[in-house]
Write a protein of this length. Sequence first.
Lengths: 339, 56
Amino acid sequence: MSTLKATNLQHASSASPNIVLDSSGNATAGGTIAMASPFAMRNKIINGAMEIYQRGTGTVTLTSSAQYTLDRWASTEDTDGTMTVRQTTNAPAGFKNAMYFETGTADASLGATQYVATTQQVEGFNIADLAWGTASAKTVTLSFWVRSSLTGTFGGSIRNGSLNRSYPFTYTISAADTYEYKTVTIPGDTTGTWATDNTSGLVVTFGLGVGSTYSGTAGAWVAGNILSATSAISVIGNSSGNFYLTGVQLEVGTAATPFERRLYPQELALCQRYYQAATVVIPPSSVTAYQFFYKVSMRAAATVSSAGAGFSTGANSTEGFNYYQTAAANGLITASAEL
Amino acid sequence: MYSNAQYYNDQFGNLAGIKVDINDVPSIVPIDPANTDYQNIMKLVEEGKLVIAPAD
């Protein structure tokens, strides 16, 4: 390896230095710096720092149906054991929160189709620049912080929204109960169908115990629905197994950059495209002019829920709906347009 | 996960959505092919695992 030592970099035709370096590692450019990947909005993962938790449901016992807990993250447990998930403040330096999984009842011998996994589906609009499914497919890098009571080789995958293209990957946790930073570089998929609209574009998955049917060889694209890498550690296979995850970033390029810090209200607004909640006055059915306007446009017309007797809605779009119930009262309304 | 499904009309008599309990939570699902709950409900109907009652 060689080192070029210089203070100034200057084009032959320039009258003054174009880039000035100082001993602290700072670089000042006199013109525009153009990059193949963007400076801002690099991270395609929403709520990668696990700070947004609109549902705020505390500790959730996972089921065989995918459950959204922390915003944008859906988790499933379909084994003979049990596992819980919650938000925690036990996080690496520079992070406020992490998503925490803990085995309740272990299942040390998973059936072929049994699994535990947490996923984030990235909307197609947000991956159009990857050009996946074409010869111009771009390489991406996934980076994250993890911690576990277990050590060894863990696994996950990236899949398309149709769940018929998969790239299993591995990463190693070397020390128990210690946060470690991991990066995985994934070549773009030149085949398959990758949605670029408001449906599911790609799915990032972290396996916490995956049976053989949904496990595959790491490091190559395959046709099929693969959640994790063959022989990866099973967190649910250990009665004291736990798993912390935060700082998840998926970006274009062959190298991970520092986790992109978006302002809290920006991150919240990104989450609200998929889920919103508000306590409002719900009028009686004799009054049908009350409109609920979403804080941001939803991904699709949302599923609306409220516990009020006779609660109902009229026209429902990505922008809002009108609503009423049998008798007027304050009520919590939730709207979900998750992928 | 999905139970007690019934189509419902708005106050003008137009089809407005599906009233359904999702994990026992009363919910209203729009008639929108991009809505994930609508997709899941239609799949269950196709498989014969769920029946949507007509609107009152």
